[in-house]
Every structure is written in structure tokens, then in C-alpha cells.
Design a protein around this ligand. Structure first.
Ligand code: SF4
Ligand code: SF4
Length: 324
């Protein structure tokens, strides 16, 4: 069957949660005892990636803390995509040496994105100058720090120049505050503002199915093996990337009215097809102090994200839903 999602724009893959650091804001609980998946699982996931993919970002955890696995993944990606895939590595930079950088260049990394320039990380950007000279000694060119997320970025992609950049978790950047996930929740440093629609900015679910009206790339995240429409991750994943073709999972999701609302950046209104109004969604997000916590409630109580169906008959949901 012809499946439009067999040609997809960007996948963000956390292939390990092993990390040399253990930051207090870490949304996926990475650290020295972070969760890992096997090489076999990673190879199955690569087999299940879309036949054509424009970009992948490999992240963690700290990818260089699981280097043997990272190299296997890079080699398999090069095989599958015949060296045509744009590969970005998002990492904290703590473990980078000139020799490791050469190993990464040989294995096809196009973009080196240092994601630790903020007050939460152990080094807090102190290694920035050292890292810059490691990159520049190899002829790698500095470009502005934010991950490339727009269709314009995609069109302007150059593969003849390797680049690096720096960014971190700050309020004013694209993250829009710490996510209501993992250690950020435990340490009570998550963004507590239910009116902040994180879902409608890059790394939220907006445009994950593709949205011609917006200058944003299609993007999903895979957290170890969990397929999510966004980087924070939904309460339950859309599917299991070890067992299912990503394109099939997305094709299925594209038929769901709930998923199309997320694709439009309208998470407050995701329950409308079930009789839960946008006002009710907004009210719950405000009460819970975060839009992703409203989303967790929705997928836990009202809607089965894997079956893409309401959990209860629609009249029951409508009768029990909150009103302003
Ligand atoms: S935020 Fe980054 S560096 Fe810090 S523990 Fe998490 S993955 Fe590691
Ligand atoms: S509201 Fe839900 S879908 Fe949107 S970013 Fe948060 S967890 Fe992801």
C-alpha cells in the first residue's frame, strides 16, 4: 500500500538513557544507571524507519556514553540510506576528544549539536571554548545553536559542510521551559503555566503528521523504542518502533481526529471529537498547571492512543467532562 509517511522529514531518537551526568532537570531520567536497549532492538528500529528519511537526530542520555552502540547505529544507518541521510548528534560534549570526533566524522555525522549550555549541566558551558577548538581543528563550521526545525532549514541543508552549534535548556529558547517530565517534575522545576501551549512550538506535536500551512518540519521522537508525536512523550506511546513500521504507525494516527488536533498545535481541543470542548481542555491544563499534564489525563482517562479510540462510550465522556 502506498504510504505517504514512507518519506518523512525528521526523527529524533533517544537510543540510550545512559549518561555521564545526572542533571536535576533531565526529562527522561538519564544518568549513570539510565535505561538502555540492546543492539538487536536498535537494528530492528532502524529496519522500521521510513524508506526515505531526510534527517535523524541521535540523542540520549549521552550518546558518547554508549559509544559502541552509537557506532553500530551509524554504520547501519549509512547502509540503509546509502550515505544520503543527514545525521545530527545531540550531546553534552563532556566526553568528546579529537580522536572520537574523527571516529564520528568517518561514520557520517553532519551536525554536532552541544545541548548542555545551561545552568543545570555539570559543566554549565565551561568547556565551550575547548569544544569549539576541537571542532574547528577539524574544519567544522560554527552555525547558530538551535536545532534545525523548519522546512526552510530543510531546503537549505548542505551536506558538503559539517557544522556545530551550542544550545541549552533556557526559558527564552525553543524549549519554552522545563517539561513536566522525569527529574524536572521530581525536583519541581517544571514549567507551571497551563496557558503555555508547549505543544504548538517545535518539539511539541505540532506538524508531526505534516502541516502545509506551517514552516515546520514533520517530526516525531522515539524514546528508546517508544514512538511519540512530540519530544516530551505522551502518557503512552503511539507504537513500538522495534515491532512496527513507523510509517504504518503514522498512517494510522493520521486517521484520528485527536491526532490531527495535535498536528495543528491545538492540544486544548484534542478532545472535541469526544465531546470534550477546547474550554474544558484549557481549564484542566490550567488546573494541572501544564498542557502536557492535561494531555496525560486525556490519554489515560479518555482515549486509547494505541487503538486510537475512546476508552468509554462517547455519551459517558460528555456527561462526566468538566465545564467552565
Ligand atoms: S539533561 Fe542531558 S546531560 Fe543531563 S542527565 Fe539528561 S541526558 Fe544527561
Ligand atoms: S500536549 Fe501531549 S502531545 Fe503535546 S507536547 Fe505535551 S505530551 Fe506531547
Amino acid at each position: 500500500m502506498d504510504n505517504q509517511f514512507n518519506n518523512y522529514e525528521r526523527i529524533y531518537w533517544v537510543f540510550t538513557q545512559l549518561c555521564n551526568d545526572e542533571c536535576m532537570h533531565c526529562y527522561n531520567n538519564s544518568g549513570p544507571h539510565g535505561e538502555r536497549i540492546s543492539e538487536e532492538d536498535c537494528m530492528s528500529i532502524i529496519d522500521n524507519l521510513p524508506d526515505q528519511l531526510q534527517r535523524i537526530t541521535l540523542s540520549g542520555g549521552e550518546p558518547l556514553a554508549d559509544r559502541k552502540l552509537l557506532y553500530k547505529i551509524l554504520e547501519r544507518l549509512q547502509e540503509k540510506y546509502d550515505n544520503k541521510l543527514y545525521i545530527a548528534l545531540q550531546f553534552n560534549g563532556d566526553l568528546l576528544t579529537p580522536t572520537i570526533l574523527q571516529d564520528l566524522i568517518i561514520r557520517g555525522i553532519d551536525r554536532f549539536s552541544i545541548a548542555s549550555i545551561d545552568r543545570y549541566h555539570k559543566n554549565q558551558g565551561e568547556r565551550k571554548d575547548v569544544l569549539a577548538s576541537i571542532f574547528e581543528d577539524q574544519g567544522i563550521v560554527y552555525t547558530e545553536g538551535q536545532p534545525m526545525l523548519t522546512k526552510t532549514d530543510l531546503q537549505n541543508t548542505r551536506r558538503d559542510v559539517l557544522t556545530y552549534g551550542f544550545f541549552g535548556s533556557t526559558e527564552d529558547m525553543w524549549l519554552g521551559g522545563n517539561w513536566a517530565r522525569g527529574r524536572s517534575m521530581e525536583n519541581n522545576i517544571w514549567k507551571q503555566n497551563g496557558m503555555h501551549n508547549f505543544c504548538a512550538i517545535p518539539s511539541g506535536a505540532i506538524a508531526f503528521l505534516g502541516n502545509d500551512a506551517l514552516d515546520l518540519m514533520q517530526e516525531i521522537s522515539i524514546q528508546l523504542w517508544k514512538i511519540n508525536p512530540c519530544c516530551p512523550g505522551t502518557a503512552q506511546p503511539l507504537g513500538d518502533a522495534r515491532k512496527e513500521k513507523i510509517a504504518d504507525v503514522l498512517n494510522r494516527a493520521s486517521k484520528s481526529e485527536v491526532m490531527r488536533k495535535l498536528n495543528d498545535g491545538e492540544a486544548y481541543a484534542m478532545g472535541e471529537s469526544l465531546g470534550i470542548s477546547e474550554q474544558e481542555g484549557l481549564k484542566r491544563a490550567i488546573e494541572l498547571k501544564n498542557i502536557c499534564l492535561w494531555c496525560d489525563e486525556f490519554f489515560t482517562k479518555h482515549y486509547d492512543i494505541q487503538k486510537l479510540a475512546p476508552k468509554f462510550p462517547l455519551e459517558v465522556i460528555s456527561n462526566t467532562s468538566v465545564t467552565l
